[in-house]
Ligand binder design. Structure first.
Ligand code: NAP
Ligand code: ZN
Ligand code: ZN
Length: 349
């Protein structure tokens, strides 16, 4: 027995997304069933749907920023009750036994198959996983997050991927008072990064393609804002930053950005460029600088991030859309025309 729910699916890399229905499993002893109220649109959804990361398993029901309300719990569930506000991010299970899983870093699970993605993966029951562009889902309680009451569900959704993807490297590399942090790209990920880094007490600079969004960037908490289309930016800011987080998926001139790092500084790749990164030797070695990468965050740090956002009043800037608007929304994300995250109101499904 399963439950049929409405959803938005992609059936090929080029066809527009359309409404459909999918099946959700019955609630097992450790499961939480919840009505998805809002689902964020992450650029990764678009990469996946458009087969930019390899051919996905169509139909793809994307969405890994889910926020909703618990409707049913399994007999063994202890962490949640009916009516709770909950969220799910990029994965719904993992091996639970490897060192990474035990350390709460499920995103780096080294067990067979690694973490199980919220969509475009195969669940432990052998059925395909379908994501947040739908009305309800069933997820094991260990992969469900508690959304603090003070964060409205529509604004909570983008925190489940964009939020933790920035929170994790910011905390890992010690962003805080006295640290100079730059964020490349003021999009879905970048704008949450500005808010988080500011709330952590770091000095924040936005490196955007142009100065079009400068007023927003400063309002969100940036101390400074520069256009990367202006070559002077790279002279003025040379050697300045302790930490640079790159949220851009286009291939950038890595040498130029690495040159903005202080000695021993780190540039962390978060965007997922199509072509391999080209890294010149001298800017890197000449400042004992590091190039790193980081992927989303584990369950404990995702909860820590949600609690931090509640405490520091950090919420994303969103544009709530109806299900019918999905294809336009995708186009606008591709055109960097989103301020700053689209969130689907799943009641419109
Ligand atoms: P987004 O909302 O589209 O933001 C990306 C930003 O990059 C844009 O707003 C734009 O900012 C800048 N940009 C776009 N095209 C550019 C170009 N050609 N040259 C320079 N800058 C450009 O996307 P997102 O949802 O934040 O995701 C960003 C990337 O992170 C995607 O590749 C996504 O797949 C990846 N991602 C990674 C993780 C992870 O775990 N590492 C998690 C989620 C997403 P400006 O207009 O300010 O320049
Ligand atoms: Zn994402
Ligand atoms: Zn594991």
């Amino acid at each position: 027995m399963t439950t049929t729910v409405s959803a938005i699916a992609a059936t090929s890399a080029t066809a527009p997304l359309t409404k459909t229905t999918i099946e959700r499993r019955d609630v097992g002893p450790h499961d939480v069933a919840f009505d998805i109220k809002f689902a964020g649109i992450c650029h990764s959804d678009i990469h996946t749907v458009k087969a930019e990361w390899g051919e996905p398993n169509y139909p793809v029901v994307a969405g890994h920023e889910l926020a909703g309300v618990v409707t049913e719990i399994g007999s063994e569930v202890t962490k949640f009750k009916v009516g709770d506000h909950v969220g799910v991010g990029c994965f719904v299970d993992s091996c639970r036994e490897c060192e990474q899983c035990k350390a709460g870093l499920q995103q780096y699970c080294t067990g067979e198959g690694g973490m199980i993605g919220t969509y475009n993966a195969t669940g432990k029951d052998g059925t395909p996983t379908y994501g947040g562009y739908s009305q309800a889902t069933v997820v094991d309680e260990n992969y469900v997050l508690n959304i603090p009451d003070s964060i409205p569900l529509d604004k909570a959704a983008p925190l489940l991927c964009a939020g933790v993807t920035l929170f994790s490297p910011l905390t890992h590399w010690g962003a805080g008072p006295g640290k100079k942090v730059a964020i490349i790209g003021l999009g879905g990920l970048g704008h949450v990064g500005v808010k988080l880094a500011h709330a952590m007490g770091a000095e924040v600079t936005v490196l955007s393609q142009s100065l079009k969004k400068m007023e927003d960037g400063l309002r969100l908490g940036a101390n400074e804002y520069y256009a990367t289309s202006d070559p002077d930016t790279f002279t003025k800011l040379a050697g300045k930053f302790d930490l640079i987080l790159n949220t851009v998926s286009a291939n950038l001139d890595m040498g130029a950005y690495i040159g903005l790092l202080a000695i021993d500084g780190t540039l962390v790749e978060l965007g997922a460029p199509e072509q391999p990164l080209e890294v010149p030797f001298f800017p890197l070695a000449g400042g004992r600088r590091s190039l790193s990468g980081s992927m989303i965050g584990g369950i404990p740090e995702t909860q820590e991030m949600l609690d931090f956002c509640a405490e520091h009043d950090v919420t994303p800037e969103i544009e709530v859309i109806s299900a019918d608007y999905i294809n336009e929304a995708y186009e606008r994300v591709l055109a960097s025309d989103v301020r700053y995250r689209f969130v689907i109101d799943t009641a419109t499904l």
